[in-house]
Design a protein around this ligand. Structure first.
Ligand SMILES: Nc1ncnc2c1ncn2[C@@H]1O[C@H](COP(=O)(O)OP(=O)(O)OP(=O)(O)O)[C@@H](O)[C@H]1O
Ligand SMILES: [Mg+2]
Length: 330
């Protein structure tokens, strides 16, 4: 199922936050300007980069993605700028990604992780629209015509403030920027996405599993702060593969999620980060997550209440406010 209207982007979601993203894609797709895409891990940055490419003038030319994380500088240089033939070592001449993406789009992912030296090189290359392949004898710089899209799941602005990312490159990349909202801020989109993933994994696995109606309020009550849409996608996949039943309930997802998350408390930080919500609302949200996990762990409400040193009424109140039912967690 691909939603009408945004079908050409192959993106699911109708929340106001996502409509803003589609509008942004529409506005800048045809331009040659560099676009910076911000968004937490798994929010769809690469999908947006592809949508920009596919709906722009360069769509019949290559889209070349490269993730700079963990690639040593000398290797990344060779990858991006190419290699000259080296007679002595028998290394063959190879085009770099800037040349291979000529007239198309180069997608530089996780740009915040680039080293200082690579940042300086990249700025020069972008400003001159020319690359010099590495190694061998001096060669003429090669011109390219490439649209650059950059992304990072790290807050690049913070990296600039702490001196880890060059201000000039930051501005060079941010000619325009698009920001992907975290999944927890997309309202009912989480349900649309889950339905879509269920449909495709059913097909893949030759199954006919359905969601119990309690799954939808539960999906909306989770924060998906680990890796957003990717996390949801894998949660549905895991549940479809694992279940022997026809109908999935929240508990069929939660046990696995609980195991993966561990308990270091770091996840709460993302939920409360940079939000204009009152302390009361934030505390309420965090409490609901803690309560859900206690009910799963303890197996019933009264045991969960005891372990959290509260009463069952409190837990029931939290559940009914979130549209959840205790029996779905048993
Ligand atoms: N709006 C959406 N509709 C459908 N699928 C989506 C949507 N957003 C993300 N996905 C899917 O979620 C997964 C993660 O998306 P993507 O790789 O684009 O995210 P990302 O932000 O680049 O992640 P990372 O930060 O880990 O690199 C992909 O399988 C993608 O197809
Ligand atoms: Mg990515």
């Amino acid at each position: 199922m691909i939603l009408e209207g945004h079908g050409k982007y192959k993106m699911i979601g109708e929340s106001p936050a996502m409509l803003k993203v589609y509008d942004g894609i529409e506005r800048v797709a045809d331009s040659n300007a560099t676009v910076y895409i911000a968004g937490e891990s798994g929010t769809g940055k690469e999908l947006v980069a592809r949508a920009l490419h596919n709906s722009g003038r360069r769509s019949d030319r290559p889209f070349v993605p490269v993730n700079v994380i963990g690639i040593h500088d000398s290797l990344l240089e060779a990858e991006l700028y190419g290699v000259n033939r080296r007679v002595a070592t028998g290394v063959d001449k190879r085009d770099g990604l800037f040349i291979r993406a000529d007239q198309g789009t180069l997608f530089l992912d996780e740009i915040a992780e680039m080293t200082e030296r690579m940042q300086a090189d990249l700025l020069r290359v972008l400003q001159e629209s020319k690359v010099v392949p590495v190694g061998g004898n001096y060669s003429e710089p090669l011109s390219f015509d490439v649209r650059v899209i950059a992304a990072s799941s790290r807050p690049l602005r913070e990296y600039v403030k702490s001196g880890k990312f060059r201000t000039d490159l930051y501005h060079r990349l941010h000619v325009v920027s698009l920001s992907l909202p975290p999944l927890r801020d997309r309202g009912d989109d989480v349900c649309l996405l889950a339905d879509k993933f269920l449909e495709s994994y059913n097909e893949e696995e030759g199954k006919n599993v359905q969601f119990h109606s309690s799954v939808y309020p539960w999906l909306k009550s989770e924060s998906w702060e680990e890796s957003n849409v990717r996390e949801l996608q894998n949660a549905v996949y895991g549940a479809v593969v694992w279940t022997e039943k026809e109908e999935l309930k929240p508990k069929d997802f939660l046990k696995e999620k609980e195991k993966k998350e561990g308990n270091d408390g770091s996840k709460w930080i993302k939920i409360i980060d940079g939000k204009e919500e009152s302390l009361h609302e934030l505390t309420h949200k965090a409490n609901l997550q803690i309560i859900k996990r206690a009910v799963i762990r303890e197996g019933n409400i009264s045991a969960a209440a005891r372990s959290l040193k509260t009463d069952s009424r409190t837990i029931h109140r939290y559940f009914s406010e979130a549209g959840l039912s205790a029996k779905d967690f048993k």
